[in-house]
Design a protein. Structure first.
Length: 356
């Protein structure tokens, strides 16, 4: 089956340029955190029953982000890497504004597994979408460029984001996970059945900002324990963990045997800490050939995600291929009209930070 590729090819190429300029392996970034929030007030409120869920018939949107830009002045500099951040990332403020609009426009988070099998339910009158975040690894190249350092659990067991920069080291909500967790607590009908989103993880610089790829690291045991605890907490609070390959490889350019070795490496390092997953997010959104799709399916990845500017769900020899819209500077510049049912680009874009 032919999966139509739109401007995604450009995204992939541009990204690899930005990435290779800054570090040996393309792309990356990490994200953050969990759900948590004192839910006492919500749980004890018996006067507002949860909205009844009704079946949804039709396509399901899927929006993806990279980890969020915490300090735009560090990320959006006038160099090649800054261009990459402007093109492929959004800021914390932009993400918060997008969430507000998605909620106001009637959208509700659903679990990707329900979307794949066509068993989606939403509060009456609302529309479903899947959310995902790629490269939740907090790569070395991005840490000094206004991005967070790693995910952490706070003293309440909630997932938060550690930021380290010239202002010091601090625990914040400045990435997708804590922001979404808190938003769902405040607006329960923004999530069906407690669904949150999908977190795509490579392995070549560890997981969640912990360098568990380096067994010789003096704090390796501590890192491994923190990753396990984060994975368990994320899964328990509605998040789905996904592989994004080990080395952020372009599946359209490497052999199936190479992909299998890469997959084996991800499984060897990640699964003992965070468990297995059935979701594979293609790096760069690049579609593999059928042999590789089948090899990934055989390795347990029955759900595979590419990129497109419209929602598509294609069955390919038993694997389900779900498209995702990239929400970033390029989408702001080129797809405002297509995004209008989701959010108003002009209202959410930080023109001052971007110089647009
Ligand atoms: Zn990626």
């Amino acid at each position: 089956l032919a999966v139509r590729r739109v401007p995604v090819v450009c995204v992939a190429l541009l990204f690899s340029v930005a990435c290779t300029a800054a570090h040996p392996t393309p792309l990356a970034e990490a994200s953050g955190s969990t759900t948590s929030t004192p839910s006492t007030s919500v749980a004890s409120t018996t006067t507002v029953p949860p909205a009844a869920l009704v079946p949804w018939i039709g396509p399901v949107e899927h929006l993806f982000f990279h980890t969020l830009v915490v300090r735009p002045e560090l990320a959006f500099q006038r160099d090649a890497l800054g261009r990459g951040f402007r093109d492929y990332f959004v800021t914390v403020g932009e993400f918060r504004a997008i969430l507000d609009q998605l909620y106001a426009n009637g959208w509700t988070l659903v679990d990707i597994h329900h979307a794949i099998v066509g068993d989606v339910q939403v509060p009456e009158g609302r529309k479903p979408f899947v959310l995902s975040e790629d490269d939740v690894n907090y790569y070395d190249y991005s840490r000094p460029r206004g991005q967070a350092w790693r995910l952490v659990l706070d003293t309440s067991g909630d997932v938060k984001v550690e930021v380290r920069d010239d202002l010091g080291t601090r625990i914040t909500d400045d990435d997708l996970v804590p922001i979404v967790d808190e938003f769902v607590t405040a607006h329960p009908d923004f999530s069906a059945d407690g669904a949150k989103g999908v977190l795509g993880l490579t392995g070549y610089e560890g997981l969640f900002g912990e360098r568990v790829n380096r067994p010789s690291d003096p704090d390796f045991e501590g890192s491994a324990e923190r990753v396990s605890a984060l994975g368990a907490r994320l899964r328990a609070t509605g998040w789905t963990l996904a592989t994004h390959s080990y080395g952020h490889i372009d599946l359209s350019k490497v052999s199936t045997a190479r992909v299998q070795r890469d997959t084996d490496q991800w499984k060897a390092e990640a699964e003992p800490l965070i468990g297995s997953t059935d979701v594979y997010i293609y790096p760069f959104g690049a579609n593999p050939g059928l042999a590789t799709t089948n090899a990934l399916k055989a390795a347990g990845y029955s759900i595979q995600c590419n990129i497109d500017s419209t929602p598509r769900l294609v069955q390919r020899d038993g694997a389900s291929i779900m498209s995702r819209r990239h929400i970033d500077g390029i989408a702001f510049a080129q797809q405002a009209r297509h995004l209008a049912p989701l959010f108003d680009v002009d209202a959410v874009e930080d023109h001052d930070a971007r110089g647009t």
